[in-house]
Ligand binder design. Structure first.
Ligand SMILES: *Cc1c(COP(=O)(O)O)cnc(C)c1O
Length: 228
C-alpha cells in the first residue's frame, strides 16, 4: 500500500469509529480530501485507494491538476475564498463550492454556471466564531443569504460550512460546531427543507464535528501529510 493509502485508511477508520460512537449510520459522513499544495500524483494515489472527492483552495493550482487528472472521474469541491473575478472559472470547473459568503458572489456563480451543467452545489460559509478577519457571513446574516441563494436557478443550496477558531479538547471544539448545526436546523425549520450538508471538521477536530452532525469532513494533512 502507498503511504497515502495507509493514511487514508486510518482516516476512514477514524470516521467510522466516530460515526459509531455517536450512533450515526456507517457511511453518513463523507471524506473530502483537501489536496491544496499536494501534487496531482498524490491525488492519483488517493483516488487509487478509493477517494473520489477532492477539495482545492486555489483556482490556478486546481486548474493545472484538473488537466493532469482529466482521465479520472473526480468530484471537485472549491473550498477557498471566491474572488468575484474568478467566479466564471469556479462555476465552470467545480461540482461544489463551500465558501459562498455573500449574495454578489452567489449571483455571479449562478449566472456563469454553464446551462448544460447541473446546478452548482453550494454551502454558505459562516464565520461561526465571529473572528474579525475571517471569511464567512455572520450567523445573523445567514438567513438572508440563504433566501438569496435559493432564488438562483443555477445554484443548489446544500448547507453550511465553517472553519472555527482552533480549540483544544473535545468540548471546546464542539461548541462552535453545535452552533453551526443549530443554524442549519433553524434554516430547515424556516423552509429550507433541502439542506442536507454540514461541511465542518478537519484533521484535528473530525470526531467533534461528527458528534455535532457533520456530513462532510475536510481532511488534508491526515491524508496527504504536511504541506510544504
Ligand atoms: C486546508 C483546509 C482544510 C484541511 O486542513 P488540514 O488541517 O490539512 O486537514 C480544510 N478546510 C479548509 C477550508 C482548508 O482550507
Amino acid at each position: 500500500m502507498s503511504e497515502i493509502a495507509t493514511r487514508l485508511a486510518a482516516v476512514q477508520e477514524r470516521v467510522r469509529a466516530a460515526e459509531a460512537d455517536c450512533g450515526r449510520p456507517a457511511g453518513s459522513v463523507q471524506i473530502l480530501a483537501v489536496s491544496k499544495r499536494h501534487s496531482a500524483a498524490a491525488m492519483r494515489a488517493a483516488y487509487t485507494a478509493g477517494q473520489h472527492a477532492f477539495g482545492e483552495n486555489y483556482l490556478q493550482e486546481a486548474t493545472e491538476k484538473q488537466a493532469e487528472l482529466a482521465d479520472l472521474a473526480l468530484e471537485w469541491h472549491f473550498i477557498g475564498g471566491v474572488q468575484s473575478n474568478k467566479t466564471r472559472e469556479v462555476a465552470e470547473r467545480f461540482d461544489w463550492v463551500h465558501t459562498v459568503d455573500r449574495a454578489k458572489i452567489a449571483r455571479r456563480l449562478s449566472e456563469q454556471r454553464p446551462p448544460d451543467h447541473p446546478p452548482l452545489n453550494v454551502c454558505l460559509q459562516v464565520n461561526i466564531s465571529e473572528e474579525p478577519q475571517k471569511a464567512g457571513c455572520l450567523p445573523d446574516d445567514v438567513g438572508d443569504l440563504a433566501a438569496a441563494v435559493d432564488r438562483l436557478p443555477q445554484l443548489r443550496l446544500r448547507g453550511l460550512m465553517a472553519l472555527p477558531a482552533p480549540a483544544e479538547g473535545f468540548d471546546a471544539q464542539r461548541r462552535p460546531l453545535a452552533r453551526l448545526r443549530e443554524l442549519q436546523q433553524a434554516l430547515r425549520e424556516g423552509g429550507h427543507h433541502g439542506l442536507d450538508t454540514l461541511s465542518m471538521g478537519m484533521s484535528a477536530d473530525l470526531e467533534a464535528a461528527i458528534a455535532e452532525g457533520a456530513t462532510i469532513v475536510r481532511i488534508g494533512t491526515a491524508i496527504f501529510g504536511p504541506r510544504e
